[in-house]
Design a protein around this ligand. Sequence first.
Ligand code: PLP
Ligand code: COI
Length: 349
Amino acid sequence: MNIAVEKVTSSKINEVDFDNLAFGSVFSDHMLECTYKNGAWETPKIVPYQPITLDPSSKIFHYGQSIFEGMKAYKDKDGGVWLFRPLENQKRLNISAKRMAIPELPEEYFMEGLTSLLQVDKNWIPENDGSSLYIRPFMFASGNGFHASPADEYKFIIATAPSGAYFSGKVRVLIEEKYSRSANGGVGFAKAGGNYAGQFYPTQLAKAKGYQQVIWTDDNTHEYIEEAGAMNIFVRINDTLITGPTSDRILDGITRKSILDIAADEGIKAEVRKISVAEVVAAAKSGELKEMFGAGTAAVVSPISGFGHQGTDYDLPELENSYAMQLKKRITDIQYNRAEDKFGWRYRV
Ligand code: PLP
Ligand code: COI
């Protein structure tokens, strides 16, 4: 594929403090852009990072046909650039696209587009430990008209942002009992923009009470733990690690499934089964709840220091040798090319 590259005339890179990176708030020099028109995706091109002009009737504004992915590019100590299981993101983007009636993108457009963009903006991939280039591929309805039906034009864009940690301090979570993130038959498994918009209000309420994230429970009974706003959830009761099963209400996280494979390899007993709120609360009261952590691309492995439920706060112990830290080390050592990749997850750019 011949991807045209229009380079910036002057780079912004010297304006960036790579030692103090927030998450996703400064953007690299270029972006990939691809248009769907007349029934087909056109060849992607690389252009300077810039605003997008849209008609006020673009369907994205009215009907929310919008999906995204989250990935990272990692630089090793020799300057090698790596992605982590990128084909999983490519496949999931198309799973989300299908559910939101957005045309699917051919695999080579995604992979060749992404690798070309990373080659152009290679200098933007941070070298400091714990930082990476966060990659945000997204797709939305750019076609016009107030008719409530799928658009006939779409954009696929990849923007990147050198980033540090997603959470700045300890993570406390609120187990939600009133609001729901998703429902059976809905779009919870898709990485659709609206899934996040719908969480913002309940999360604001939780933040006002001192929690960083909401842990969603099943919409039907609110008795079972599903996932958090930006990450899948694991709990450790005694020596067993447990995460809920995926369903059409939950995002099938790539970090989650990698952690399950690593746990098996490390000899950690792990179960994929429904986790009831009652079980977690009882284990917290008896001291058997040893850990809770979130897993996701942005969150990596984020230990949870405590949770709130029905007006009561529960603290988790600070363990010396936590599963969270053991698993985080294994997965980041693979991502940053610091250790053997026995699963074949690393992808050289
Ligand atoms: N759940 C939600 C709602 C997310 O937004 C994310 C982040 O992408 C995850 C889970 C974790 O998924 P992954 O590990 O593929 O990044
Ligand atoms: C990611 O982890 O990549 C995500 O997309 C989560 C996002 C809400 C920051």
